[in-house]
Design a protein around this ligand. Structure first.
Ligand code: NDP
Length: 242
């Protein structure tokens, strides 16, 4: 019996946390992968079969598009794009460096739009395909010190829902996952020590948070439904998260 490689899945931000876990889950399911992030050594260290690893800053749209083109030449058309790359830089509006707001909007929103633009034309033409956008509970409700980050994630959720309606007729699925707190590197980029300490205390108060594979299992389940079934929007958080 031959084990045919399943269609190409692109995972952005696969070098740590949720993206790495999603890459492992889709690899286990037998998919060809394009894994992109800036830390090439991390995605290569996942050591997954049929995985093309490329050092791409997703805010560089030409590099992002070139990597996808190269992967498609090897594995065939993208069947699923997981727009996972993201940054969370918590801060207060009156004191935060505006460059941090720009970085979050560039990565979390602009690069997500870019990724969708790169793959959508072909998906619509083939009348199949899935886009999974990683939003957040912070794309549903606000939290103190999260103003700009929440803005990016509300944008991800609303853009995804808008696109879902826009392409529904073509058979392309757009799905959104809104995780609550997950143990990853995400918080480590926030420089305000008091905010980091407060966030850590909040995680402890709920007796621990999710692990990255909780989100990866969810993504694999959503994608694994028949193409005619679209699990549009999932909120997944630790049971004790308020
Ligand atoms: P991590 O910090 O562990 O992972 C973030 C990933 O994004 C890394 O692989 C990083 O790769 C990549 N990334 C960041 N900037 C860029 C860039 N310019 N170009 C390419 N890749 C980039 O955090 P998580 O795994 O937690 O985050 C994944 C997603 O999940 C994010 O969108 C986040 O907002 C979302 N999320 C996370 C939650 C949590 O509690 N952890 C909760 C809700 C949502 P590299 O640095 O190598 O480029």
């Amino acid at each position: 019996m031959t084990n045919a490689i399943k269609p190409l899945v692109v995972v952005t931000g696969a070098s740590s946390g949720i993206g790495a876990a999603i890459a492992r889950r889709f690899s286990e399911a037998g998919h060809a992968l394009l894994l992109v992030a800036r830390r090439l050594e991390n995605i290569e260290a996942l050591n997954l079969p049929n995985a093309m690893c490329r050092e791409v800053d997703v805010t560089d749209s030409a590099a992002f598009a070139a990597a996808i083109k190269e992967a498609e030449a090897r594995f065939g058309p993208v069947d699923c794009l997981v727009n996972n790359a993201g940054v969370m830089l918590l801060g207060q509006i009156d004191t935060q460096d505006p460059m941090e707001w720009k970085r979050m909007f560039d990565v979390n929103v602009m690069a997500l739009l870019t990724g969708m633009q790169i793959v959508l034309g072909d998906m619509k033409a083939r009348e199949t395909g899935t886009i999974i956008n990683i939003s957040s509970v912070a794309g549903k409700k606000s939290f103190p010190n999260h103003a700009a980050y929440v803005g990016t994630k509300f944008a991800v959720s609303s853009i995804s829902e808008n696109l879902r309606e826009e392409v529904a007729d073509s058979g392309v699925r757009v799905m959104t996952i809104c995780p609550g707190a997950v143990e990853t590197e995400l918080l480590s980029h926030t420089t305000d020590k008091d905010i980091v300490a407060g966030y850590d205390a909040w995680k402890e108060s709920m007796g621990g948070v999710l692990v990255a594979d909780d989100i990866a299992r969810t993504a694999a389940f959503m994608y694994g439904q028949p193409q005619g079934v679209n699990i549009r929007d999932v909120v997944i958080a630790a049971t004790r998260q308020q």
